[in-house]
Design a protein around this ligand. Structure first.
Ligand SMILES: O=C[C@H](O)COP(=O)(O)O
Length: 250
């Protein structure tokens, strides 16, 4: 099964219109690697401007509400995000699971809402350092994955991102063995839930302190199909080499 590498940047709460030039530069870097799918999950305020300028990359949103409309002050529905220019959405990022107290059921509902509006979805899972140190990281992440997985999950619209919380923004990453073990376990759990064919086709991204120095090693692991990149995705100079590494590993 050949899975096209996906390298996605999550800009989190970073980016003003002054940074649109960076998006254009990242698009230029991506165009040199058509074998890699490249996207940027920008703040909602930048989606339209980014999508208008996006060439060689897709533009996504970092969250969506599970309901399409209603009395939910400050929230955005999937149709709104699609109309703004997003073609994809992240759900279940650990920062939202923690800061907004999102449950696995909330996240599954958000994924379904996005799917209903033809947005692709990256579903994030990952353990805390405490869980890693306790030796139960794999069982924790598989439980979280299966509880967050939306009905009808399929590889043409859903990808999984494994992001150990303790690796996010810390410069610290798991060992290659730990990444390989987790990604293999995730693929096995997907096979048990969705069937071998769907599991073999579904992309599993690694996220957490991916940079130009470690991307090549991470991306050559068998069950790693790309990355969800935070800090290093803000500039073409740091994101471009990660895209290049994904192409080399394809
Ligand atoms: O969504 C992206 C991740 O949280 C990784 O962030 P980071 O690359 O800054 O560690």
């Amino acid at each position: 099964m050949t899975r096209k590498m996906l390298v996605a940047g999550n800009w989190k709460m970073n980016g003003l219109r002054a940074h649109l030039a960076d998006i254009a530069a990242i698009g230029d870097a991506a165009k040199a690697h058509p074998g890699v799918e490249v996207g940027l999950y920008v703040p909602a305020t930048l989606i339209t401007a980014a999508a208008e300028r996006a060439d060689g990359i897709f533009v996504g949103a970092q969250d969506c509400h599970a309901k399409s409309t209603g009395a939910h002050t400050g929230c955005l529905g999937a149709a709104m995000l699609g109309e703004a220019g997003a073609t994809s959405v992240i759900v279940g990022h650990s920062e939202r699971r923690t800061d907004q107290h999102e449950s696995d059921a909330d996240i599954a509902a958000k994924a379904l809402a996005a799917r209903a509006e033809d947005l692709s979805v990256v579903l994030c899972v990952g353990e805390s350092l405490e869980t890693r140190d306790s030796g139960s990281a794999v069982s924790f992440v598989l439980d979280q994955l299966l509880a967050s997985l939306p009905e009808g999950a399929a590889a043409d619209w859903l990808s999984i991102a494994y992001e150990p919380i303790w690796a996010i923004g810390t410069g610290r990453i798991p060992t290659m063995e730990q990444i390989a073990e987790m990604h293999g376990a995730i693929r096995g759990a997907l096979a048990a839930r969705l069937g071998a064919e769907t599991a073999a086709a579904m992309r599993i991204l690694y996220g957490g302190s991916v940079n130009a120095g470690n991307a090549a090693d991470i991306f050559t692991l068998e069950d790693v199909d790309g990355g969800l990149v935070g800090g290093a995705s803000l500039k073409a100079e740091t994101f471009g080499p990660i895209i290049t590494a994904a192409d080399a590993a394809s």
